[in-house]
Design a protein around this ligand. Structure first.
Ligand SMILES: [Zn+2]
Length: 84
């Protein structure tokens, strides 16, 4: 299992990423991928230029803090288990 999503996976979920509807662990993986991938960050810039996506991205994420904390705990547990 890889922790970071592929370019295909990132680009498939970019709209949900912008809308803030993905679970925390998915947003985290995509966010890290976007830091290092010029192709996907370019696609993200293109999506943000679309008015309906820009409007939707201004809304607060619909996630609950408890769910985000649980997802972070799950990711940290996976990182502790994974061989180095
Ligand atoms: Zn990419």
């Amino acid at each position: 299992m890889t922790l970071l999503p592929s370019c295909h996976d990132v680009q498939t979920h970019l709209t949900e990423y912008l809308e803030g509807t993905l679970p925390f662990h998915r947003r985290f993986g995509i966010g890290v991928h976007l830091l290092f991938c010029r192709v996907c960050s370019g696609v993200l810039r293109g999506l943000r230029a679309l008015p309906w996506v820009a409007k939707a991205s201004l809304k607060a994420p619909a996630s609950a803090p408890e769910a985000a904390q649980q997802a972070l705990a799950n990711v940290q547990a996976l990182l502790r288990k994974s061989p180095r």
